[in-house]
Design a protein around this ligand. Structure first.
Ligand SMILES: Nc1ncnc2c1ncn2[C@@H]1O[C@H](COP(=O)(O)OP(=O)(O)O)[C@@H](O)[C@H]1O
Ligand SMILES: [Mg+2]
Length: 376
């Protein structure tokens, strides 16, 4: 067990890292953030900031030397950096697990090879793959870059075979996967923590609504039958065991025709788990600290139904949003990430509304969204 007082390393310093850092500092740990952004949201709360590229050998050596354990907050942190760190210090999750999650093609192959349900998909690595891919995947489809996509970026609609050739060329033949565009009943996510001894704690299944490929709203608990929730939790747990995963893992799933399909995984806390800060007995970020340090897992139980509203930079278009619209609600918790510049579609913060009933939380969410000018 790594006792409070030790220094923890964090690869990546965005908002997820910020909330991890707050949880770690609250438990009495020191945190060193490695992030090239001098205005890193996590660094504001950290005790140290290595302000270089993620792969900088001097920074990696310093992290390895000064940190009792290292974790990450985004999957585009190079898996190689984690593997390098693991030679000298404890790294959770492993670089191997992160390498799978950061490549859609490896991720899908891994999920399917363990007998877990995924929608129709095919690899597209060269022009010769077009024909077999179009034979496996019905149109309309979505072409996604295998790497570096997030928030719907690196995705294009493929309505006709010619779109595939055009987009693949536009993207300079970057490796891609082609996915059938599914008629989604709902989107859900399961976030869990798996400890080094194999113990798993699963957070309540959350229901997610996306707008323009970006998470817009999370509702917890998800409004799905109990049997489907337990199946989702079981699928996510099987995936964590198959990955021999140690850390916090998020699994995005689609509900299609009443059945579950795994969409993608994230080797870290997740935007759809922000509600756990205010609505669960232990947050996903505290859980990340606990797993990293070998502390007992916290209780993930929901104590209040919750709705999380993402705050994107768009609502700064006419200046600082009127925060009274949020703060006047007793059940609303405002979280802002300290980002200096509000760009459209940039994640700037979130509000979690906790109320005695989900219906009431949804009503308050509608009020807040209207007052802040968030489109429905
Ligand atoms: N195959 C699909 N069929 C229908 N909708 C999809 C499909 N793939 C993605 N989407 C929609 O786009 C969103 C973002 O896609 P996702 O694969 O999760 O990429 P990322 O979150 O990495 O940008 C999903 O949450 C979902 O709303
Ligand atoms: Mg996603």
């Amino acid at each position: 067990m790594i006792a409070p007082g030790a220094t923890l390393g964090l690869l990546g310093g965005g908002q997820l890292g910020r909330m991890f850092t707050v949880a770690a500092r609250t438990l009495g740990y020191r945190v060193t953030v490695l992030d090239p952004d001098p205005l890193s949201p996590a660094a504001e709360f950290a005790t140290g900031h290595l302000n270089t590229a993620y792969t900088h050998p001097v920074s990696l050596a310093e992290l390895a030397q000064t940190c009792a354990a290292v974790t990450t907050e985004f999957e585009n942190a190079p898996a190689e950096a984690l593997l390098t760190l693991a030679e000298k210090t404890l790294v959770r999750p492993s670089g191997d697990a992160v390498a799978i999650a950061q490549d859609r093609s490896r991720e899908k192959a891994f999920i399917a090879s363990h007998g877990l349900p995924v929608g129709p998909w095919a690899d597209v690595r060269e022009e010769a793959d077009f024909e077999p891919a179009l034979a496996r995947v019905k149109l309309p489809a979505i072409l996604k870059t295998a790497r570096f996509g997030y928030d719907g970026k690196g995705q294009a609609q493929v309505a006709a075979p010619a779109d595939l050739a055009r987009v693949f060329a536009e993207w300079k033949r970057a490796p891609c996967v082609l996915e059938e565009r599914l008629a989604l009943d709902r989107e859900i996510s399961v976030i869990l923590a798996r400890a080094a001894d194999g113990e798993i704690a699963v957070f309540p299944v959350a229901e997610n609504r996306h707008a323009h490929g970006i998470l817009d709203l999370t509702i917890a608990p998800a409004r799905i039958p109990e049997s489907l929730s337990s199946e989702a939790a079981e699928l996510a747990s099987r995936l964590a065991r198959a990955l021999d995963y140690v850390g916090v893992l998020a699994v995005e799933m689609f509900v299609v025709g009443g059945r579950l399909l795994v969409n993608e995984i994230a080797p870290r806390p997740h935007n759809s788990g922000h509600y756990t800060i205010d609505a669960c007995r232990t947050s996903q970020f505290e859980q990340q600290v606990r797993v990293l340090c070998g502390l007992p897992l916290g209780d993930p139980t929901l104590h209040t139904p919750a709705v999380m509203v993402n705050l994107l930079g768009d609502i700064w278009a006419a200046g600082e949003p009127r925060w009274e619209a949020v703060l006047r609600h007793a059940g609303a918790h405002l979280h802002l990430y300290g980002k200096r510049e509000a760009r459209p579609a940039r994640k700037m913060g979130h509000v979690t509304i906790c109320e005695a009933t989900l219906e009431r939380a949804l009503e308050v969410a509608i009020d807040i969204r209207r007052d802040l000018g968030i489109a429905d």
